[in-house]
Design a protein around this ligand. Structure first.
Ligand SMILES: Cc1cc2nc3c(=O)[nH]c(=O)nc-3n(C[C@H](O)[C@H](O)[C@H](O)COP(=O)(O)OP(=O)(O)OC[C@H]3O[C@@H](n4cnc5c(N)ncnc54)[C@H](O)[C@@H]3O)c2cc1C
Length: 335
């Protein structure tokens, strides 16, 4: 691999790319700020929140109160909405000027897009979809990123030894956003990225907001898999009675029974509900990583030997079509 554009000896600082929609900072960015603070303290390096946008001053001010040492705000009217070329050019300019040691991004559609393009531009490595990150105890400037490999069967630890910045993406919900106060001396610094000559291959014609479902924030999830045989109406009825959101396994999404914004797991979302009621899901590792942080897991499955029962607190070895209708009836009567 070619050398990166700067080396480990010049690199310093933990950067978190702060994604936003012009109105609010993305939840995953706040989660990464909390993890970034921990990593920066271990490395003995400053934590910087890095924002690109236009007239995003109030978001920068909000981020400034999240335990960072500084916020770096790149402002240009062309950065009002995310586009790959312009954001990549502005981010590369800032990174090459300040030479951070780490650059962390949310594994959102835009975060993944920016991270890949930027890693190539900077000639460095990128660890995508990390499930954990630590600084190496014997060398606290080196990031050890954990990812699942071979379809979720193994956990691999990846280190980027020579190339800088050390880049990683993390999906929403993997880390918790901590409540933190403004650090004394925390500074807001502004810069104007020079975007002259950067191709503008994408024009935003219209913005439309997709389905308003965010299962990463749900306190109660009712989740269906192949065993539900497409009858999500049954799950929706139950969910409506207990104030739950609907989740689904990948099979249920691939079958077209429900949208992918409901998918739980490695490809889907990592959730942290208080209660997850899991119906007709076998419990493949790629699914269970999405409910590993649930406080209480209740699983219904016909098959007594289904792996889902290994990670469930309450196991109902029954036909879900025999269990759910009387439960719904009972709940309806008790209203
Ligand atoms: C790289 C990779 C990434 C992946 N990412 C994800 C991911 O993010 N999320 C995800 O879910 N999967 C993911 N998968 C797929 C995963 O490996 C499984 O194939 C999938 O989770 C299985 O879905 P399922 O449990 O609904 O279906 P199945 O494995 O077919 O299980 C259906 C279960 O329903 C039970 N059942 C059937 N009828 C009834 C009934 N009447 N009452 C009660 N129980 C019943 C059966 O006993 C069975 O256990 C990924 C796979 C790969 C390789």
């Amino acid at each position: 691999m070619a050398d990166s554009l700067y080396g480990a000896e010049q690199a310093r600082g933990v950067w978190v790319w702060l994604e936003h929609d012009g109105q609010a900072l993305a939840g995953v960015s706040l989660e990464l700020l909390a993890k970034g603070r921990e990593l920066a303290d271990k490395a003995g390096e400053p934590l910087t929140g890095f924002i690109l946008g236009h007239e995003a001053g109030s978001l920068a001010e909000e981020a400034l109160s999240r335990g960072v040492d500084e916020i770096l705000l790149g402002d240009n009217p062309l950065l009002k909405n995310y586009t790959t070329d312009l954001y990549c050019a502005a981010a590369a300019e800032a990174v090459l000027k300040h030479k951070p040691n780490l650059l962390l991004l949310g594994a959102t559609p835009d975060g993944r897009d920016l991270a890949g393009r930027l890693a190539v531009r900077l000639r460095t490595g990128l660890t995508a979809d990390c499930t954990n990150m630590e600084m190496k105890p014997e060398d606290p400037s080196l990031l050890l990123s954990e990812v699942t490999g071979f379809g979720g069967g193994i956990a691999a630890i990846i280190a980027c030894l020579r190339h800088r910045p050390q880049m990683a993406t993390v999906r929403p919900g993997v880390f918790l956003a901590a409540l933190s106060a403004k650090k004394s001396g925390a500074e807001l610094r502004r810069f104007s990225p020079s975007l002259e000559g950067v191709p503008r291959r994408v024009e935003i014609v219209k913005r439309s907001i997709g389905a308003e479902v965010d299962i990463t924030k749900s306190k109660f999830l009712v989740i269906g898999g192949r065993g539900i045989r497409g009858d999500f109406g049954l799950l929706r009825e139950l969910a409506g009675l207990v104030g739950a959101e609907i989740g689904a396994s990948r099979v249920a999404v691939d079958e077209g029974w429900i949208g992918k914004e409901h998918m739980v797991g490695q490809t889907g979302f990592v959730t942290r509900p208080k209660v997850a009621l899991i119906c007709g899901v076998s419990g493949a590792l790629q699914f269970t990583v999405g409910v590993a942080s649930a406080e209480t897991v209740v699983a219904i499955n016909l098959d007594r030997s289904a792996p889902i029962f290994e990670s469930a607190d309450y196991c109902v070895a029954q036909d879900l079509f025999k269990v759910l209708p009387p439960l719904i009836k009972e709940l309806r009567n008790s209203k």
